[in-house]
Design a protein around this ligand. Structure first.
Ligand code: C2O
Ligand code: CU
Length: 445
């Protein structure tokens, strides 16, 4: 792979980065008017956790459970979380995945803070200005930490009144469902096997799916038409109803699926396994199911062609910087020595040069996957606007993601606005790949 260089923008090696204090870029102390401060204490510890089936797993947990406590807030609240480490020898942090927190709250060891060692604590504080479905996880020893259970969800509701897409006003189901694999068993929320819930026919159901694994999951919603109301927490622009399609949820990604409960069963099928996932039944007690069809052949919905076109808030063709990232396996220079790595432009972290941006820049990325594996590419602190995949421009509504999956051989173009000063991780969210070097820093000048 040699010396594939970054595009027009400047690059310099991590080693020459001037000492600057990201630690000073901390979160706001006060909620907006009408808001409140939501305080939580999360204690990281090893624990034997019993799943719904009775099976026991040896987990690394926040507060002794997997997933960790669900953190919820209303727009404008302040979220304050005290992280304590009881006995995770590797150390822990909290990274707010997809949430554009001030850099000092981002939870990246070696960049924004030291990892929290057993007996220590760290307090995170930030204002919940972004509505939607997000998650948190450790960023120290992220693999194995996340795989073993150091994750949970973060959901922020809008402050004013009701959502415009809310239907009849009858009570709705709003469920946040992290999907995680423990030793080959898929666990949805805290349930292995199928979760059964009820909903009143005619009411709105919102399922917030969060992929906390390192690989993608295939989702199929059987028995109803639905809308993908949000991707990675951000609402789509007038998304149309679809039916009998599947969705591929990348590692780290989130989809909010919204539908009106019919008067028959609805099933969310994960990875074509009808015994895993969520089964919704009408709450009137009538037995009308299961009549769920085989979903395994349903075509995949292409989100680059979904939703109603609208002008994005900046012009990606007027980019100030353009970087090209080539992802591949390589024998690469890692810390001055050749080693086998998951490489970016022929190098492995920490030998990949930082990408330098200035506040206010519009930054364009071309991400080229030359390997035979999938690379869910994640940027901290900023949502990216998807422009094209393999040269075909995104033709649906503006699609914002924080983790976009560049499959084997694909080329993606994305852009973002540099509006959150600091030093930000940019890495593959197949976490073993990240640990093997597929990671770099985007640094504000
Ligand atoms: Cu979800 Cu850098 O991580
Ligand atoms: Cu990867």
């Amino acid at each position: 792979v040699g010396s594939e260089v970054t595009g027009g923008g400047a690059a310099r090696s991590s080693g020459s980065r001037p000492a600057r204090s990201v630690a000073e870029l901390r979160g706001s102390g006060s909620p907006s008017s009408g808001g409140t401060t939501r305080r939580h204490v999360l204690t990281a510890k090893t624990a034997a956790v019993r799943l719904a089936s009775g099976r026991e797993i040896d987990a690394w947990t926040y507060n002794g459970r997997v997933p960790g406590p669900e953190i919820t807030a209303t727009e404008g609240d302040v979220i304050e979380v005290t992280l304590r480490n009881s006995d995770i020898e590797d150390g822990v942090t909290l990274h707010w995945h997809g949430y554009d927190v001030p850099c000092g709250e981002d939870g990246v060891p070696g960049v924004t803070q030291r990892p929290v060692a057993p007996g220590e604590e760290f307090v995170y504080r930030f204002r919940a200005d972004q509505v939607g479905t997000y998650w948190y996880h450790t960023h120290e020893a992220s693999d194995p930490g996340v795989r073993k259970g150091l994750y949970g969800t973060l959901v922020v509701a809008p402050r004013e009144g009701r959502r415009p897409d809310e239907g009849s006003g009858r009570q709705q189901v709003d469920a946040t469902l992290p999907v995680h694999t423990f030793d080959g068993t898929v666990v949805v929320g805290d349930q292995d096997g199928r979760t059964v819930r009820t909903a009143a026919p005619g009411t709105e159901v919102r399922l917030r799916l969060v992929n906390t694994d390192s690989g993608a999951h295939r989702l199929a919603l059987a028995g109803t038409s639905f809308r993908v109301a949000a991707v990675d927490g951000r609402g789509l622009h007038h998304p149309e109803q679809v039916r009998d399609v599947s969705l591929r949820l990348p590692a780290g990604g989130r989809y909010d699926l919204v539908f009106v409960m019919p008067d028959a069963d609805v099933a969310l099928v994960i990875d074509n396994d009808r015994d895993t996932g969520v089964w919704l039944r009408p709450d009137d007690g009538a037995e009308r199911g299961p009549r769920i069809e085989d979903t395994s052949q349903w075509p995949e919905l292409d989100l680059l062609r979904y939703g109603t076109p609208a002008r994005p808030p900046f012009d990606p063709d007027a980019a100030d910087r353009h970087f090209t990232l080539v992802l591949d396996r390589a024998v690469a220079m890692v810390d001055g020595r050749p080693a086998y790595a998951q490489a970016v432009n022929g190098r492995g972290h920490p030998s990949v040069p930082d990408l330098l941006v200035a506040e206010g820049d519009i930054v364009r990325f071309t991400v080229v996957n030359r390997s035979l594996e999938s690379h869910p590419w994640h940027l901290h602190g900023h949502p990216v606007l998807v422009l094209s995949r393999d040269g075909t421009r995104s033709s649906g509504g503006p699609l914002w993601m924080d983790t976009f999956e560049v499959r084997a051989g694909e080329v993606w173009e994305v852009a973002f606005k540099a509006a959150n000063p600091g030093i930000w991780m940019n890495h593959c969210h197949d976490l073993p790949h990240a640990e093997q070097g597929m990671m770099l820093l985007v640094s504000y000048d």
